[in-house]
Design a protein around this ligand. Sequence first.
Ligand SMILES: CC(C)(COP(=O)(O)OP(=O)(O)OC[C@H]1O[C@@H](n2cnc3c(N)ncnc32)[C@H](O)[C@@H]1OP(=O)(O)O)[C@@H](O)C(=O)NCCC(=O)NCCS
Length: 165
Amino acid sequence: MTEHRIGDVTIRPFDAERDAERVKVIVGEIWGGGDDALIEKEFGVIGGRPWCEWLSQSVLSYLQADEARSFVAEQNGDVIGFCSYVIDEARSRGTIGYNGVAQNHQGLGIGSTMLDFVLSGIRAEGMEYVGVIVADNEEHLPARRNYEKHGFRRLTGYQYMVRKV
Ligand SMILES: CC(C)(COP(=O)(O)OP(=O)(O)OC[C@H]1O[C@@H](n2cnc3c(N)ncnc32)[C@H](O)[C@@H]1OP(=O)(O)O)[C@@H](O)C(=O)NCCC(=O)NCCS
């Protein structure tokens, strides 16, 4: 899939040169409940860099990986969200990757629109199943609700455990 328009929102392929800086800013706004932020909260700044730099590095390397299908949502020329997935042909399974909506554009249906877009991409690639891993903390409640609203159900939980070596 290349480009998709819903009202005044366009979903188009992620382009690192054009979009990386904006995606970094969005990540810093929205992911205070992610593992990098939580580890920093627990132990202090890691490697001299704030959590948002570590996380945006992970997000950008995922979005730029050869196998990833990565997109941004744009409104009036501004990138306001991003979404991504990978395909496992042998298992007939798509896996939803990093996705997020800029803080002041949340709650307006963008995340839902992006998820519909990702699901139709996975369907169009002939997959039978789709999965996603999402944390069980309060900060990820909107994400869990969004997946549930789109028919996902909980299969199992994972615990991220940590200690100082
Ligand atoms: C998850 C996220 C992408 C949703 O984006 P959004 O544009 O705000 O979502 P939408 O407005 O399209 O809402 C879609 C559904 O999500 C759920 N939702 C959104 N915000 C919510 C909130 N504050 N509380 C509870 N549920 C919420 C609802 O089910 C909503 O559907 P409804 O409005 O019909 O009830 C956004 O909250 C985000 O960027 N979160 C931080 C990053 C993240 O967790 N990414 C997913 C990682 S797996």
